[in-house]
Design a protein around this ligand. Structure first.
Ligand SMILES: C[S@@+](CC[C@H](N)C(=O)[O-])C[C@H]1O[C@@H](n2cnc3c(N)ncnc32)[C@H](O)[C@@H]1O
Length: 272
């Protein structure tokens, strides 16, 4: 029997495993993928490689956090040298970064979310579908975060809290106690980690959506099969579903019910 309550999720460009772990808590088969080692404590759930080598596998969903170094609006000032001439190397890197984003957005995966700060993706590819802030998800800080979505709804705020300040990072020190420079690798890595509240919302809201989406697909497959084969038992079960006799929780219908119908239909066909 297909494991229909289980999603295969690729969390692209994630070393912290913050999002991966939230999907795992819900029982989904999630993997982080990054060119560097993971720091989330679960190397068994980590693919250390260029994510482009993995986007053609059989995933249900991809959450992608591509690097913003050459894409963010705040980094655009480096596109020109002090004398006003073009910094050709920087332009080239920006194009490569945009191609990377295009490849991720065009991956053959049913549900995709790509996250980045306010960036040139908006002008060079398309505007974001959803813009969120950490203070909408329980973290009293601002960090405008854009989401480009394929077949996913906007992320709904879960816990709007006080606090509209940008987090100050200049207090971080290395193991010898020396203050870290604002542009040090350590501070950049810490700043780029996904907020836990946002990761929880991603896993909770989007896994429900994807499971419901799958259930609807199964339902339509079943409907057409019933019409073709005129199987009275299955038709009866579909009618039950249409009468609303399903297990629903906060408006989300459990897909197990449809799964059972779908599987029993195929089991019956095998026996007969
Ligand atoms: C902006 S950070 C995102 C970090 C993420 N939010 C987290 O919590 O781990 C971008 C990440 O993309 C990774 N990366 C860059 N190029 C990559 C590639 N081709 N394939 C996979 N990961 C890549 C970097 O190593 C970095 O960890």
């Amino acid at each position: 029997m297909t494991k229909t309550n289980n999603l295969k999720v690729l969390v692209a460009c994630e070393e912290s495993q913050v999002v991966t772990k939230e999907f795992r808590k819900l029982g989904h088969e999630a993997y982080s993928c990054d060119v560097v080692d993971c720091t989330g404590g679960h190397p068994e759930w980590h693919i250390k490689d260029d994510v482009i080598n993995h986007i053609n596998k059989d995933w249900d969903m991809m959450i992608a956090h591509p690097p913003c170094t050459y894409l963010s609006i705040s980094g655009s000032r480096w596109l020109y040298n002090k004398d006003g001439s073009r910094n050709e190397e920087r332009w080239e890197k920006r194009e490569l970064a945009l191609d990377f984003v295009r490849n991720l957005l065009n991956a053959p995966i049913t549900h995709i979310a790509l996250e980045n700060p306010v960036s040139v993706i908006s002008s060079q590819i398309r505007k974001p579908d959803n813009v969120i802030e950490p203070y909408q998800f329980g973290h009293g800080e601002t960090k405008r975060t854009c989401l480009w979505l394929k077949n996913l709804p906007n992320l709904m705020p879960t816990n709007i809290v006080e606090g509209r300040e940008t987090k100050i990072w200049n207090g971080m020190r290395d193991e010898t106690g020396k203050k870290l420079a604002w542009n040090s690798k350590e501070i950049k890595t810490a700043r780029s980690k996904t907020y836990k509240g946002i990761a929880e919302a991603i896993a909770n809201q989007w896994s429900k959506y994807a499971l419901n989406y799958r259930a609807s697909l199964l339902f339509f497959i079943l409907l057409s099969a019933c019409a073709k084969d005129n199987d009275r038992c299955i038709t009866y079960k579909v009618e039950q579903y249409q009468r609303g006799e399903t297990i629903c929780n906060e408006g989300i219908c459990e897909d197990t019910y449809i799964t059972e119908i779908f599987c029993s239909y195929y089991e019956n066909r095998k026996i007969n």
